[in-house]
Design a protein around this ligand. Structure first.
Ligand SMILES: *[C@@H]1O[C@H](CO)[C@@H](O)[C@H](O)[C@H]1NC(C)=O
Length: 254
């Protein structure tokens, strides 16, 4: 069994005047996704010599020097210490589950379909389907013209690593616009239950219309939130006045 992953902590203890140097190294090693094979190790070195080691497989401390053996006996007869080591082993096991279960699950991509001018091409336009931030690397990006897959005039980049375990890929379609034609980018990936279709919408009247409606909605929302805020301020200043009159004035008026 070669552990695929491990994480460790390091504690250094040293005294410069006496040239003494001690360090405690703790390691959590595992290769299974559920952490059943997780091994927790704790090693104490003094002046670079391994003195004692706790190994969760053995469930006890082993001493490697004369002093180490004495120290190991003390630790092994301390139920609190052993219990704490077992707790740390369990922590290590849960860490394995978290690493594989939380970090390595498929990540759904975000897709952007746009058009650019194709330079030096017999076709007047080019569409780009950019697929960002997905995991794992395996992905299929294809083009549909009126619902049918097209392979001509299609180019694709390699899956490029972002450097954060996520990938991106770009697919290009050279095309001649035809009236009424529906063009979509289809993405198939482990993170998706079913293939995702992203239709290309030309920046035509409908696209412009959507932007205008969006801006109008934004302005309307702004007007209402400012209005609401003013109303709230007015109301809350009225509310402050009420207890003042009730609490402080009755005695004088009675
Ligand atoms: C921990 O103990 C197990 C069982 O004896 C052994 O196979 C393993 O090599 C030990 N690990 C280390 C780092 O000594």
């Amino acid at each position: 069994m070669s552990p695929a992953l491990s994480f460790f902590t390091l504690l250094l203890v040293f005294s410069r005047a006496d040239a003494l140097y001690g360090n405690l190294l703790s390691r959590c090693q595992f290769s299974s996704h559920d952490g059943h094979d997780a091994v927790y190790l704790e090693q104490f070195y003094f002046n670079k010599i391994l003195e004692v080691q706790y190994n969760s497989t053995l469930g006890k401390v082993i001493g490697y020097t004369t002093e180490g053996k004495t120290f190991a006996d003390i630790l092994n007869n301390n139920p609190g210490f052993i219990h704490h080591e077992q707790w740390k082993t369990e922590f290590c096991r849960r860490g394995a589950q978290r690493v594989y279960g939380g970090l390595l699950t498929p990540v759904e991509p975000s897709v952007w379909v746009r058009s650019v001018e194709a330079a030096g091409s017999k076709h007047p336009g080019m569409l780009i389907c950019s697929v960002y931030n997905f995991y794992p690397k395996q992905i299929r990006v294809t083009w549909l013209r009126n619902g049918k897959e097209t392979t001509s005039d299609v180019m694709s980049s390699d899956e490029m690593p972002n450097g954060n375990w996520l990938y991106q890929v770009h697919s290009f379609l050279e095309y001649t616009p035809r009236p009424g034609e529906k063009i979509s980018c289809k993405v198939e990936h482990a993170s998706l239950v079913e293939p995702q279709l992203h239709e290309w919408e030309p920046m035509s009247d409908s696209g412009m219309y959507k932007i205008i409606v969006g801006i109008a909605g934004l302005l309307l929302g702004l007007v209402f939130s400012v209005g609401g805020l003013m109303y709230y301020k007015k109301k809350s200043s009225e509310r402050v006045l009420v207890p003042t009159t009730e609490v402080f004035y009755p005695e004088n008026t009675l």
